[in-house]
Design a protein around this ligand. Sequence first.
Ligand SMILES: [Zn+2]
Length: 166
Amino acid sequence: MPAACAKPTGSAAALYVADGYRAWLSQSALAKAARLARAAAPMETGGMLLGHVVDGEAHVVAVTGPGRNVRLARYTFEADRARDNRLVHRVWPRLRYLGDWHTHPGGRPVLSAMDLASIRETLTPDMPAVLELLLAGPPGMESVEVALFTMVRGEDAPLRMTGGGQ
Ligand SMILES: [Zn+2]
C-alpha cells in the first residue's frame, strides 16, 4: 500500500524521494491521470502536474488532461507551454506548474531520449526543478506502473524517485 498522509485538503498522498528531493503525489491526481491514460490507450497522452511547493517539497494535487494539440505537443513544446501557463493561471490561480505527466501504453516506465529533451526544455532559472510522472502499462493501460522523476537544472539526468508503494 502507498504511504499515505493527511493533507490539508483532506486527500491522501504518496511520498516519493530521491537524493533529498521530496514530492507528494495525491491519490486523486494519480487516479485522474490513470483514467485519462486508459481513455487514450493505446495512444500516448499526458498533461501538466499542478500543485504547491511547501518547505521545499512539491505537492502534486491536480493533473490536467491533453490539450487539443496533444499529438503535436511533444514536438511544439514551447508554444504549448505558453498556452498551458496561461491556462493554469486562469483556471487554477492558486496552483503552480510543477512538471508534466505522460503515458507509455505497451511500453516501459523509462524516459525516452525525446522525453529527456522535453524535460530539459522546461528547466529555466525560474523553474530550476521539474517533475515528470510516467505511467506505463499494457497497450490498454488497464493497469499502470507509476514512475516519478525529478530533473534539476544543472544536473545531467533526471532522478527516478522511489516511494509511493510502487
Ligand atoms: Zn515518454
